[in-house]
Design a protein around this ligand. Structure first.
Ligand code: ZN
Ligand code: ZN
Length: 368
């Protein structure tokens, strides 16, 4: 928490600016631009610094995506990062006080989204688990299915229009509106409304599905947009962005990633649309809070307690650890094993299943 920064976002001037800009454009083009909201804008109140009743956490999982949503003490998770991020996501959820998840969503069957979900399902009881497909050939997807089944759950494919409550927030499934062969376009698109504030999760949806979604007439106007596909230029087209007209955009991507995400074209279109951009590669984990009217934004470079001080017996994750993994060899050991790695290379697991789900294999000498 020591690296956390709080920043108050004042929305009203931007709202007015956007409305005036839209009206001016409408006058010039003689087009009725209706994308601007008509709720009168958000009332800005002084920040108390306390945690908000609604929070969306973009967990820094590098070149991947994992979003934890909390409302009135209920939680849902949208993606879990790569397989290697499993233990980090689990410890982040524990730190947020998660004991169970109402819903777990796999946006689509790529490893950088589904990978960490096996570790999550091995650790936290879930109400429902959703995915655009129930089968995929990859090991990481099959592990997600395996740990979902171990809870006695079946993976469900939700349909457009489904509405779920999360505390006093509502989650609405907007897309995909048709079937796609390109996996990114199968991404589950979720709209989340809390009071007068709104959020849009898009996974890795690309231009084709964005256009279909706009044409479907779905209510896309949202204050906060998870910028699609890690900021790739294959997503966030003008048509789509004009339908969403967000105040804030969050890009989840890894420092120096090999794809060059986020692409300059995407950053440029977001700049032109006056969107405030937050990036996990630059700012770490990004938490957007809402009281239903106003937003707060916090950034934090999250380090699990065990990595801060693995020898501290008061650290809860150390005290509870049943196994110790070696981040280099990807083997895990009993704490009593003679072949434990150096402390800086240790990662704790609270169960055998958690270690397996994170992609670790048991040490042959200490685990029979
Ligand atoms: Zn991705
Ligand atoms: Zn993808």
């Amino acid at each position: 928490m020591e690296n956390r920064k709080e920043e108050k976002i004042t929305l009203l001037p931007r709202r007015l600016f956007l409305r005036l800009a839209a009206l001016a454009l409408a006058a010039v083009l003689a087009l009725g631009l209706t994308a601007c909201d008509s709720n009168g804008g958000h009332i800005v109140k002084p920040s108390t610094g306390a945690s908000q009743p609604f929070e969306m956490h973009f967990i820094d999982v590098g070149q991947a995506l994992s979003v934890l949503v909390e409302c009135d003490g209920q939680f849902m998770l949208y993606d879990g990062g790569n397989v290697d991020d499993g233990s980090l996501v689990v410890s982040y959820l524990q730190k947020q006080g998660v004991e169970q998840l109402q819903y777990v969503f796999c946006s689509h069957a790529h490893e950088d989204h589904v990978g960490g979900l096996a570790a999550v399902m091995a650790k936290f009881p879930a109400g429902h688990a959703y995915s655009p497909v129930t089968e995929s050939s990859t090991k990481c997807f099959n592990d997600f299915v395996k740990y979902t089944r171990q809870q006695g759950l079946q993976l469900e494919v939700p349909s457009v229009g489904t509405v779920w409550p999360l505390g006093n927030a509502t989650v609405t499934m907007l897309g995909p509106v048709t079937q796609y062969s390109e996996t990114n376009n199968t991404s589950l698109v979720l709209r989340i409304d809390y009071g007068n504030t709104s959020f849009l999760l898009t996974g890795d949806m690309e231009n084709t599905a964005e256009t279909d979604l706009v044409n479907s007439g779905a209510n896309l106007k949202a204050d906060v947009l998870q910028v699609g596909h890690h900021g790739s230029s294959t997503s966030t087209g003008y048509l789509f962005l004009n339908a969403v007209l967000p105040e804030m955009g969050v890009i989840s991507c890894g420092t120096g990633n090999k794809y060059g995400h986020p692409h300059e074209e995407t950053l440029s279109i977001l700049r032109d649309a006056k969107v405030d951009v937050y990036r996990t590669d630059l700012q770490g984990t990004i938490t957007i809070g809402s009281d239903g009217q106003n937003f707060t934004v916090g950034t934090e470079h999250f380090v699990p307690d065990s990595q801060l001080n693995p020898t501290d017996p008061s650290s809860s994750s150390t005290a509870q650890q049943a196994y110790i993994g070696n981040v280099n060899s990807k083997k895990f050991h009993l704490p009593t094993c003679a072949n434990l790695p150096a402390e800086k290379n240790q990662v704790p697991f609270s169960s055998y299943d958690e270690a397996i789900a994170a992609g670790y294999t048991p040490c042959a000498s200490c685990i029979k």
